[in-house]
Design a protein around this ligand. Structure first.
Ligand code: SAH
Length: 257
């Protein structure tokens, strides 16, 4: 059973991931937004310009968070080791996880934070998150807005989510009492372990003729959504990969006959 952690420790387990930010000022604003709410782990995926004096200027008082930011080449790199990632997006998608209002999604995220590292993933200022990026995440949130104008500034969106996280973390007994955070029999799989499984599954689906790589349809995004909803545990990933390996060996034996 996991030991309960303090609200401040829960907040420290949340990574704020900015994917492809184009304005360094927004990176600085995000660092400041985080620090005011007790978060400190900033990850930048392919920032257009970083470090940058504009980022320092907008971070006033939070340059420690800014300068400690991890710069990553891919979203997978930024999410390595996390057990749950939330896509923060204003737009509805055909595929990917069903979006929840920010407050509910953050409460869910803090439940996962009791068990390990988690992430909130924000998109580029102009294009938002790509479908591929959203599909890397196991859940999604939208900040409720006026119906005719839903796009917040990136720094403002980070501030709101960090505020919600702080308010929920301080109401921790309610979060810890949530049945969804009952300790699992096996720890949750990390994103990299889940990605290893998806890649293996894809290989077997192609080898077995189930999936035509030229016409993959929406098979993989649908399977990602299914397993994302399930919340894969480490043991479950090992079992599923064991089945895939056994299937591959059986196919090989049949071919060699
Ligand atoms: N034009 C873009 C919006 C980009 S705003 C689009 O259509 O997606 C930059 C980022 O701020 C978004 O990718 C998202 O992470 C966050 N954001 C802005 N408004 C939001 C909202 N109403 N709900 C959730 N996230 C929002």
């Amino acid at each position: 059973m996991n030991q309960p952690i303090t609200p401040e420790e829960s907040l420290q387990r949340i990574r704020i991931v900015l994917s492809r930010p184009s304005h360094p000022g927004n990176i600085g604003a995000a660092a400041r937004a985080m620090k005011t709410m007790g978060l400190s782990r900033l990850y930048l995926v392919n920032p257009k310009s970083f470090p940058d004096p504009e980022a320092d200027a907008r971070a006033t008082g939070a340059v420690d968070v800014l300068h400690a930011a991890a710069v990553c080449a891919t979203l997978d790199e930024a999410l390595a080791g996390t057990i749950h990632a939330v896509a923060v997006s204003a737009r509805r998608r055909d595929l990917g996880p069903q979006p929840q209002p920010a407050r509910d999604g953050v409460a869910n995220l803090l439940g996962f934070a009791q068990q390990g590292e988690v992430a909130l993933v924000f998109g580029n200022e102009t294009t938002g998150l790509s479908n591929d990026e959203v599909q890397r995440c196991q859940s999604a949130v939208t900040i409720p807005t006026a119906p005719d104008f839903s796009s917040l500034n990136l720094g403002a969106a980070v501030q709101l989510l960090c505020y919600e996280a702080r308010m929920t973390a301080l109401a921790a007994p309610a979060v810890l009492g949530d049945p969804k955070v009952t300790p699992f029999t096996s720890p949750l799989a990390t994103l990299d372990e889940a990605e290893g499984f998806y890649a293996h599954l894809e290989t077997v689906m192609v080898e077995s003729g189930f999936m035509d790589p030229a016409k993959p349809k929406r098979l993989l995004p649908k399977l990602r959504r299914l397993f994302g909803r399930a919340g894969l545990e480490k043991d479950e990933v090992n079992i599923l990969r064991g089945i895939l390996t056994a299937t591959q060996l059986a196919e090989k034996r049949q071919k060699n006959r």
